[in-house]
Each structure stands twice: as structure tokens, then as C-alpha cells.
Design a binder for this molecule. Structure first.
Ligand SMILES: Nc1ncnc2c1ncn2[C@@H]1O[C@H](COP(=O)(O)OP(=O)(O)O)[C@@H](O)[C@H]1O
Ligand SMILES: [Mg+2]
Length: 276
């Protein structure tokens, strides 16, 4: 019998224990929300960019911080090729679609793989959270890398996080990792706003609903851990296409049914932080 993968590795447990350093808020924003998933390729960056744009549409001032040091997506998804300037003290974020953006991908050659060790990742994150001139924001949406690694730890232990949203697809392998992610945030005292089921199903040309990755997996996981289930986002080719073209669907087509789902979610999130 293969041994079951432990839910949190010993190394991770060690790093998480015993420390309760002071958490610094990111200056220039009221709230910071992490978009996390334990697995790659489940649509985290797609979700982060579209949620940011949806929040903007309901009159929030929004920043987007790409914390995926090894695989930044924001330069491509927002079609940004400029390099951020510095005022001598701080880096000035690049504003696109009225969103203030920062990504390691703005600073490095996109084709060169990042071969950084943990401490370097930690220091890059400190730069992005403390040395960027974020201005008058309501929310910073942080696009996390997959997994439960150094980036998640640095954010959760050293930076004041106001909430985390966990994105997953409904199949078992992804859900196993989600459970690990939930435990990590719970242990580190980061409030989980809820779970989102992305790529839940596909509606074919025949009008039928195809539940490609199974049914209700994310919802059941939310119930199991007593977390809110924030809803389902179906697979839609327009979503992938618009992201690839550098203008996510909420910006490219705000009346699209998927955009409406994002706007509803954005309203929900806004109202949990701001009174109307
Ligand atoms: N709801 C969706 N419908 C169709 N394609 C999607 C959807 N969500 C994400 N994708 C596509 O899935 C791929 C992985 O998404 P991405 O956001 O890069 O994932 P992650 O950041 O978790 O690695 C991308 O090609 C993206 O366009
Ligand atoms: Mg990503």
C-alpha cells in the first residue's frame, strides 16, 4: 500500500510553530485578500484578475499583487510589458484597466525561469508588500502561487491578511490539497472567506450540463470544514481566450454570464468589508 501523503509536511509544521511575529499591513490599502489554491492550473490567476476587475466595476479602488514568483501570470493576463519605475524609495505600480499592478514578471525576462531559494522569495515578497507605492486602495488582491509553501507562510505570518479565498476544481486530487490549504490558513489565523468551485461544469452545444471533474466536491469540502461556499464558475472557452489575449472577461465583456458571476461575488466580498 502506498503511504498516504501527510496533510502538512514535518518541515512545514516546524516552520509554522512557535513563531508569532508582528504582522505588517500593506501600506496604501484598507484590505488585503489572498487568492489561493493548493494546486496549479485550477484558475487562481484567472479568478484573481477577474475579481479585481469586478471589484473595480463596483467602485472599489483595487490593486493586484502577483505573488507567484516562479510563474507570474499578470503580465500576460493584463498584457503589460512596461517596467515599473522607482521614485528612489519605492516602486511605482503599473496601472492598467484602473488597477494598480505589481508582478515579478515586470522586472524579469519572462522566458527565464526563476531559480530562487526560499529566503529570496521571502525578500521579494517583502519588497512587493512594503516597498511598492500602492495608493489609496480599498483592496489588494494577491494572486498566490500554488501550494502551501514559503510565499503563503510569509504572507500569513508577517503580513496582515484580511482574508483568503480558496479556488479549486472539484476533482479529488485537487481537493486533497485544498484541505491542506484550509488547515494552513486556519493554523496561521488567516480568515478564509470561502471556497470557489472553478471549472465546475461545461454546457455543451446540445444544452446539456457536463460535470467533467465530478459534482459538488468543493461544496462538500466547504461543509466539512465549516467554511462558506462562494459558488461555481463553469468552464467557458471565452474565459481562457480573454485571459490569453490580455483582457480578462470581466473587462472584455462585462455582460457575459461569467462576468455576472464575478460581479455578484465582488458585491458579496465588498459588503463583508464595507457597510453600504
Ligand atoms: N472558468 C474557466 N473556463 C475556461 N477556462 C478557464 C476557466 N478558469 C481558468 N481557465 C483556464 O485554465 C488555465 C489555468 O488557469 P490559471 O488561472 O492560469 O490557473 P492557476 O493560476 O491556478 O495556475 C488557463 O488557461 C485559464 O484560461
Ligand atoms: Mg497562476
Amino acid at each position: 500500500m502506498p503511504k498516504e501523503k501527510p496533510e502538512l509536511s514535518d518541515a512545514m509544521r516546524k516552520k509554522m510553530s512557535g513563531k508569532s511575529p508582528e504582522k505588517n499591513p500593506i501600506k496604501g490599502t484598507k484590505f488585503t485578500i489572498a487568492i489561493s489554491s493548493a494546486k496549479g492550473g485550477v484558475g487562481k490567476s484567472t479568478f484573481a484578475t477577474n475579481l479585481a476587475l469586478a471589484l473595480k466595476r463596483i467602485n472599489c479602488k483595487v490593486g493586484l499583487l502577483d505573488a507567484d514568483i516562479y510563474g507570474p501570470s499578470i503580465p500576460k493576463m493584463f498584457s503589460i510589458s512596461d517596467k515599473p519605475k522607482s521614485d528612489g524609495q519605492k516602486l511605482i505600480p503599473i496601472t492598467k484597466y484602473d488597477i494598480q499592478c505589481m508582478s515579478i514578471g515586470f522586472l524579469t525576462d519572462q522566458q527565464t525561469p526563476m531559480i530562487w531559494r526560499g529566503p529570496m522569495v521571502t525578500s521579494a515578497i517583502k519588497t512587493f508588500t512594503q516597498k511598492v507605492d500602492w495608493k489609496d486602495l480599498d483592496f489588494i488582491i494577491v494572486d498566490m502561487p500554488p501550494g502551501t509553501g514559503d510565499t503563503q507562510l510569509t504572507f500569513s505570518q508577517e503580513i496582515k491578511m484580511d482574508g483568503a479565498i480558496i479556488v479549486s476544481t472539484p476533482q479529488e486530487v485537487a481537493l486533497l490539497d485544498v484541505k491542506r490549504g484550509i488547515k494552513m490558513f486556519d493554523k496561521l489565523g488567516v480568515k478564509i472567506l470561502g471556497l470557489v468551485d472553478n471549472m465546475s461544469y461545461f454546457i455543451g452545444d446540445d444544452g446539456k450540463k457536463y460535470e467533467i471533474f465530478g459534482k459538488d466536491g468543493v461544496k462538500k469540502t466547504a461543509e466539512e470544514f465549516n467554511k462558506e461556499f462562494l459558488g461555481e464558475i463553469p468552464i467557458n472557452p471565452e474565459v481562457g481566450k480573454s485571459g490569453d489575449e490580455g483582457k480578462p472577461i470581466v473587462e472584455a465583456n462585462p455582460n457575459h454570464e461569467i462576468s455576472k458571476i464575478y460581479l455578484e461575488l465582488a458585491n458579496k466580498i465588498k459588503s463583508s468589508y464595507f457597510e453600504n
